[in-house]
Write a protein that binds this ligand. Structure first.
Ligand code: C5P
Length: 318
């Protein structure tokens, strides 16, 4: 572990840290397989998931400052609180507490990942803040140490530190990389108007399961992992699945039209991303993704359709 500094030793902190701005880019995630197990005593659900980082990015710039302050532009500007409840500020405090440094920084967030979209935007920003402040303050933590702090901030945050394609277990915070020969998958990301609450989606799934109206649980990730190894988008399409999809559709029935429109536009498969309301569609290649996105926008079943590819790296200094 890093040698602890006295919290008031700012001169030493300045000597060790970066003098110029530190810019970090962090991706959105989709779950290729989101298997939700029973509700645990701690209020979380046991997960069996395959995370996949895609090329829709937020960017966090950290500069030296005399206080801890956050500004933002882009998706969600004006809606998202920038105070101590913000995951970026919470991440900065968590890192400073762990490393024993003064949490002073001027942080600026440029958001492209929609708020409460099921793409882990808030978790991505927390991961970016850990990586950016670690460089700004010269605390020099390993990626595994950062992932350990990340787990307390949110279940998806450790994955956004690592990126790529990875298996998630526990409540999603236990991440191990999926080793596969490099293949790029092409996606269309249908961004909805407004967000969905993740806790509400899990509660709705519990309600549907209690009522006996939820679909069969997905279970093991073996099928999905085997499909990834075959490197054929049609095989991967058949293996995609999300246990939270029924809950998202129950809370936002119009998503069924988005999924149908993607299918009609020729997507190989479409699923709700995480707890929704974003829907993601698998395409055969980049040009195919472009055509599907254009058709989805013309069908007016989403606010915006973006093309993306994955896997991409996690939070990295650029
Ligand atoms: O971990 P995170 O803060 O992202 O989770 C947000 C909420 O989603 C949790 O408070 C919980 O209600 C729900 N959740 C869950 N099971 C998980 C992950 C999240 O029930 N494995």
């Amino acid at each position: 572990m890093t040698e602890a500094w006295r919290p008031d030793d700012e001169d030493e902190q300045r000597r060790r840290g970066a003098s110029g701005p530190v810019k970090v880019r962090v991706p959105a995630k989709v779950n290729l397989h989101l298997g939700v197990g029973p509700l645990r005593r701690d209020g979380y659900h046991e997960l069996n998931t395959v995370y996949h980082a895609i090329s829709i990015y937020d960017e966090l710039t950290a500069r030296r400052g005399d206080t801890l302050a956050l500004t933002m532009e882009g998706e969600g500007a004006g809606e998202l609180a920038l105070d101590d409840t913000n995951l970026v500020i919470r991440a900065a405090h968590a890192l400073a507490g762990y490393a024993g440094v003064v949490p002073h920084a001027r942080l600026h967030l440029r958001k492209q990942i929609p708020l409460a979209g099921g793409l882990a935007g808030g978790s991505a920003d927390a991961a970016a803040a850990l990586v950016a402040c670690d460089a700004l303050w010269g605390t020099g933590l390993s990626r595994d140490e950062l992932a350990g702090i990340a787990a307390d901030l949110g279940s998806d945050v450790p994955f956004l530190i690592h990126g790529g394609t990875a298996l998630g277990t526990g409540r999603g915070e236990a991440v191990s990389p999926v080793l596969a020969r490099p293949t790029s998958w092409h996606w269309v990301v249908a961004v909805a108007d407004g967000g969905l609450s993740t806790p509400a989606a899990y509660r709705e799934l519990d309600r549907l399961r209690d009522a006996g109206t939820a679909g069969e649980p997905l279970g093991s990730t073996d099928g999905l992992l085997g499909a990834l190894r075959q490197r054929d988008p049609r095989v991967l399409a058949a293996a995609l699945g999300n246990d939270l999809q029924d809950a998202a559709l129950s809370m936002r029935p119009a998503l069924a039209d988005t999924l149908k429109a993607g299918e009609a536009a020729g997507a190989l498969a479409g699923i709700v991303s995480g707890s929704g309301p974003t829907c993601v569609f698998l395409a055969a290649d980049e040009a195919h993704a472009g055509r599907i996105a254009a058709e989805l926008e013309a069908a007016e079943v989403c606010r915006e359709a973006r093309v993306a590819h994955g896997p991409v790296a996690g939070a990295r200094i650029v």
